[in-house]
Design a protein around this ligand. Structure first.
Ligand code: DHB
Ligand code: MG
Length: 251
């Protein structure tokens, strides 16, 4: 039997190398095993999802999309919630977007991305995926674009969202979360990706120098005192290392 080195760490900087969700072979091995059992078989969209990953890699997008297991987890969660209107902040190459669309044909997705380079690849991926009718891709900085979407909702031009996935610039986590809640129907679920950051979340010292850790701590702390929502952080281990989601229910 192969023996895998176990992580041995006392604080986040030993473990994550500066708040990055570093991986360990044992976690990747479990993802590889469960991917083979649960993610690949019986998924008629497997080829579409893999083509999305390959095209993103070919175009040198940063390797920070959700893993297949995380993509399926999030898409199943949105499906279980019965979500029909999903907002995604941070499209990257649209890998998570396509997961959300593929597991739920009744789901309409608005996805927001600022980088023209990411937008180009995302558009190509969405076009190839066959889920174009479910996905509306908006280009621009979230801080400028989201208030326009909010106004559309407030003036009845768009429906409220019942699921939000925030996976963009971590410094703006709280800004995005706060406006997302205003766009949500009661009972909506809001998820923020990558808040645990290899344990960096718990490292106040690291937060002084790492703006992403700072942004993650800010959203956790704000959610803790926000009467509009009820939240929890759940850690994840896998091919992306130790990380985790902040999940919140909009009351
Ligand atoms: C980072 C961003 C992500 O969205 C992610 O999933 C992993 C890492 C980052 O900026 O470090
Ligand atoms: Mg992410």
């Amino acid at each position: 039997m192969t023996s895998y080195p176990q992580p041995d760490f006392k604080k986040a900087s030993d473990f994550g190398g500066g708040g990055k969700p570093r991986s360990f072979p044992i976690y990747t091995a479990v993802d590889d095993y469960t991917n083979a059992q649960l993610i690949v078989p019986n998924n008629k969209f497997h080829d579409v999802l893999e083509a999305t990953r390959a095209h993103s890699e070919l175009n040198e997008l940063p390797d920070i999309a959700v893993s297949p297991t995380q993509g399926k987890f999030l898409a199943l969660l949105a499906h279980m919630k019965g979500a029909t209107h999903l907002l995604e902040i941070g499209t990257l190459g649209a890998y998570s977007t396509i997961w959300f669309a593929s597991l739920n044909p009744g789901m309409k997705i608005v996805t927001v991305e600022n980088s023209p380079r990411h937008i180009k690849v995302a558009r190509e991926n969405i076009s190839r995926s066959g889920f174009e009718d479910q996905i509306e891709l908006l280009q621009g900085p979230g801080a400028a674009l989201l208030p326009v979407v909010l106004e559309d909702i407030e003036t009845g031009k768009r429906p409220k969202f019942d699921f939000v996935f925030i996976d963009a610039d971590k410094e703006n986590n709280w800004l995005y979360f706060d406006i997302a809640v205003k766009m949500c129907a009661p009972g909506a679920c809001v998820i923020v990706d990558n808040v645990v950051r290899g344990g960096g979340l718990a490292d106040a010292e690291l937060a002084e120098t790492d703006s992403r850790v700072r942004g993650s701590r800010q959203v956790v702390e704000e959610v803790g005192r926000d009467a509009r929502v009820d939240g929890v952080v759940t850690m994840t281990a896998g091919e992306k290392g130790i990380d985790g989601f902040l999940m919140a229910l909009v009351k």
